[in-house]
Design a protein around this ligand. Structure first.
Ligand SMILES: Nc1ncnc2c1ncn2[C@@H]1O[C@H](COP(=O)(O)OP(=O)(O)OP(=O)(O)O)[C@@H](O)[C@H]1O
Length: 308
């Protein structure tokens, strides 16, 4: 049975438009399905949980939306029976689709789901944060602290982004927000502990980005070596005294060539602890996880089956 979880507002209404094309195809080909439309934040997570909790029969759960919708679906899944995850990208950033080279055309993506030729087993990450109350959040693309998360927080609240998305310039909002946050960015001291043993200290952390997939932020290839099925997190730490040096680093990250720049360090690990001297914004797949100074991240190997 196919279950579609649709964010009609993703990509400023693209989710709704693509869904109509998908629904027409499903009706025409008499495919048995159920569809659930989200009305706001957290809905996709709740729907995914209700659909999977206690269900032992084979299910195909398809998210129609952006990376945020897919993140909520992943975060809500309860692994009881054989489960396949599908994705029809309809966001403005679409880093998951870009990383996995999924078809942009919704009907093409749907056909691939209905007649799968092969499957892939994907890793996902778990972010643990919070002092009084500990929270966990799964992620499929990346999670991070500092500048990149500040951009995500800014975008989630930005009215300009809504306007730009309406005229099909959603990706431009990433650039504008990036420049705005660059001026606000205040690097701070901190350290990371890799796999519980290797401690590395930094004096000017601008951001730390932990990846399952290579891309984030609408096309920045911050972790070019990330392999989504190796059970490891690919970590990029940017720590530089001069804030303006972030610009060439970010520009080079568009092609994944930033690794050789001064101030950039990359690591691979199964588990990562991050401590920053000051609380900094945190995100998981572009969704806000508040302001934190201590984070624990882990990688769950090859748990998500998707149509490849
Ligand atoms: N009906 C809805 N109206 C408004 N927001 C919604 C609705 N349903 C879900 N959301 C929220 O919208 C947010 C963004 O969704 P999503 O990431 O899928 O789209 P996007 O931001 O357009 O895409 P991308 O992240 O690829 O740029 C998520 O935080 C989600 O919780």
């Amino acid at each position: 049975m196919y279950y579609f979880i649709v964010n009609p507002n993703a990509g400023c209404g693209k989710g709704g438009r693509l869904w109509r094309a998908v629904a027409i195809y499903l009706e025409k080909h008499q495919v048995e399905y159920e569809a659930y439309l989200t009305a706001g934040r957290g809905d996709a997570r709740n729907i995914a949980r209700e659909l999977t909790d206690g269900n032992r029969e084979p299910q195909v759960i398809v998210a129609v939306g952006g990376d945020g919708t897919m993140n909520e679906v992943l975060d809500g899944l309860v692994f009881c029976g054989p489960l396949t995850l599908g994705y029809i990208p309809a966001g403005s950033g679409n880093d998951l689709a870009r990383s996995l080279k999924l078809p942009g055309n919704p009907v093409k993506a749907l056909k691939r789901l209905l007649t799968p030729r092969h499957y892939r087993m994907l890793d996902y990450g778990i972010l643990t944060y919070g002092t009084q109350e500990v929270s966990h959040r799964r992620f499929l693309v990346s999670a991070g602290i500092g500048f990149d998360a500040a951009v995500c927080h800014d975008l989630l609240e930005s009215k300009l982004r809504q306007r730009l998305r309406r005229v099909g310039l959603g990706r431009l909002s990433y650039l504008i927000s990036g420049i705005r946050q660059l001026f606000k960015c205040k690097p701070c001291k901190g350290y990371i502990i890799l796999d519980g043993v290797k401690k590395v200290e930094f004096n000017h952390i601008a951001f730390i980005s932990c990846h399952i997939q290579p891309f984030e932020g609408g096309g920045f290839k911050l972790a070019p070596r990330a392999n989504c099925s190796d059970g490891k997190l690919s970590v990029c730490v940017v720590s530089h005294a001069a804030r303006r040096k972030l610009v060439p680093i970010l520009l080079e990250s568009l092609t994944g060539n930033h690794g050789r720049r001064k101030g950039v360090r990359t690591y691979e690990c199964g588990e990562l602890f991050i401590h920053t001297e000051r609380g900094l914004p945190v995100h998981a797949d572009g969704e806000s996880c508040g302001i934190q100074s201590d984070l624990q991240l882990g990688c769950i190997a090859r748990k998500i089956r998707i149509v490849g």
